[in-house]
Write a protein that binds this ligand. Structure first.
Ligand SMILES: [Zn+2]
Length: 486
């Protein structure tokens, strides 16, 4: 009698980073995602400890998408002895070499900066920060270097892109197909069909699922029928009446304000996903003539490349964006948009005054070029800082976004906060709880088990209660390291 497949959750179990789940049968072993733990130095250190898996014996690795919390540890695979294929969508196969190389470079730079004492400097001075938070944020030991550039390149070359919907054999008795998850370009839910004895079990990994609505991406499908679903619930605790930004309206107001008052708006932006959403909206405003000559700077080579990648895959874009591409235009470009490819160029732009918009990373405002843009604009009433996403608890970004920060220090300069600060709520790359429920049950078949991951405990509890009342008889919240079997 052949054993039923089992799943072991090595990350993103009761948290939102470090995605990594192992599928095992008598004959096959497949790892789905191998992401970084993020959010604190402690989390970074967790990334350095690989899960207790014999990587040499893995048949295959599958990657749902190119966000670092899902793919950031793939660069460790060569050193761990894995030398087979990393299966993913075609756009993700193009992104992974860039993302892994950039992650390797960042790890190297962080170590060097820590040793030289030249790391990023972005703290609140007034009100004085909680000493406990400050001490938790102080780095006491070298940041981990998980892999070098050569490892990143080797892992990048292992990536094999597969069209959505096409079956591929991954291992003895395991085949896979990908479904568009509508979260970022190339994001996928992974369906594994597993044979054991005379039975077949369909196991679906949601990956990160995007929201429905106005997007530069085509409308994603609901989940296909499956027996077992491993489902993300990042937004599980979001109340039904949570504020949702009307992004086109708010961006229009920001543009008008910048032009009328000669303000520079700085938007801390994540490269893959958020940057394309905002540039896509600004490009629409440009086509309407709302932008005038006002310059917009995209200060992120990764974001620039992600926009180009979208244009190379028009079939994955919305009708509007696809029609533009077919007419020879990019929905992620317009006359007054300038791409900043180098640090030198970025530093030169940081000092400019007058009406303009700067999109720069890191989205968390904890490092990267966004810091020198903030340094030039946060202390002036002609500056405007616009937060478009999640802010880390205890961070400079949180204190600014909540209007608490009166004085800050950025790159050694102490500045009174005089800039206007705005927060666009609800601009999420994730489906909300009711959309997740519709995604899960859209095929009409209720899975025999739903395993919730990629959400904190509160999000998992609330999603669990929601799905139970929607008729899911078995909803589980696997603990970190726990093994589940049917
Ligand atoms: Zn993601």
């Amino acid at each position: 009698m052949s054993k039923a497949p089992s799943l072991t959750f090595f990350g993103a179990a009761g948290e939102v980073t470090g995605s990594c789940t192992l599928l095992e049968t008598d004959r096959a072993r497949v790892l789905v995602d191998f992401g970084l733990f993020q959010g604190s130095h402690e989390q970074e250190r967790r990334s350095a400890d690989p899960p207790p898996v014999d990587f040499r014996s893995l048949d295959a690795v599958v990657c749902t998408h190119a966000h670092i919390d899902h793919c950031g540890r793939l660069g460790m695979l060569p050193r761990l002895g894995f030398d087979r294929a990393i299966w993913c969508s075609e756009p993700t196969a193009e992104l992974l070499p860039m993302v892994l190389r950039s992650s390797a470079n960042l790890q190297k730079v962080r170590l060097q900066e820590h040793r030289e004492g030249t790391g990023p400097d972005a703290v609140v001075v007034d009100p004085p920060p909680d000493p406990a938070v400050t001490s938790a944020q102080r780095r006491t030991e070298d940041p981990p270097v998980l892999y070098g550039g050569g490892d990143a390149d080797r892992a990048g070359r292992m990536a094999i892109g597969v069209p959505y919907g096409a079956w591929r054999d991954l291992a003895d008795g395991v085949r896979m197909r990908l479904h568009d998850a509508g979260h970022v370009i190339g994001s996928a839910s992974v369906e594994l069909e597993v044979k054991h004895g005379a039975s077949r079990t369909r196991i679906l990994f949601s990956g990160d699922v995007g929201p429905r609505g106005d997007s530069y991406l085509r409308e994603r499908p609901d989940a296909p029928e499956a027996d077992v679903v491993v489902m993300e619930c990042t937004t599980g605790a979001r109340p039904a009446d949570a504020p949702v930004a009307d992004v086109p309206v708010e961006l229009r107001e920001i543009v008008a304000d910048c032009r009328a008052r000669d303000r520079t708006a700085v938007l801390p932006t994540f490269s893959l996903g958020r940057a394309q959403v905002i540039v896509h909206h600004l490009a629409r405003l440009a086509r309407e003539g709302v932008m005038g000559e006002m310059p917009v700077y995209l200060d992120s080579p990764m974001a620039i490349r992600a926009g180009e990648l979208c244009v190379r895959h028009p079939s994955l874009l919305s009708d509007e964006a696809r029609a533009m591409v077919s007419r020879g235009h990019s929905p992620f470009d317009f006359d007054s948009l300038h791409f900043l490819w180098s640090r030198r160029h970025s530093l030169r732009i940081a000092g400019r005054q007058g009406a303009g918009i700067v999109l720069a990373g890191s989205g968390f405002c904890d490092a990267g070029p966004v810091l020198h843009h903030l340094e030039h604009h946060v202390g002036h009433d002609h500056g405007h800082v616009v937060f478009t996403g999640y802010v880390l608890p205890g961070s400079l970004a949180e204190a600014l976004a909540e209007g608490r920060a009166r004085r800050v220090r950025i790159n050694g300069q102490e500045l009174d906060v005089r800039a206007r600060v705005t927060r666009l709520h609800g601009l999420s790359g994730h489906a909300d709880p009711s959309q997740m429920e519709s995604w899960l049950l859209g095929s009409g078949k209720v899975p025999s088990a739903v395993l919730l991951n990629h959400g904190d405990e509160r999000a998992r509890e609330m999603m669990s209660a929601r799905l139970a009342s929607a008729g899911c008889a078995r909803v589980e919240r696997p603990a970190p390291g726990a093994t589940w079997s049917a």
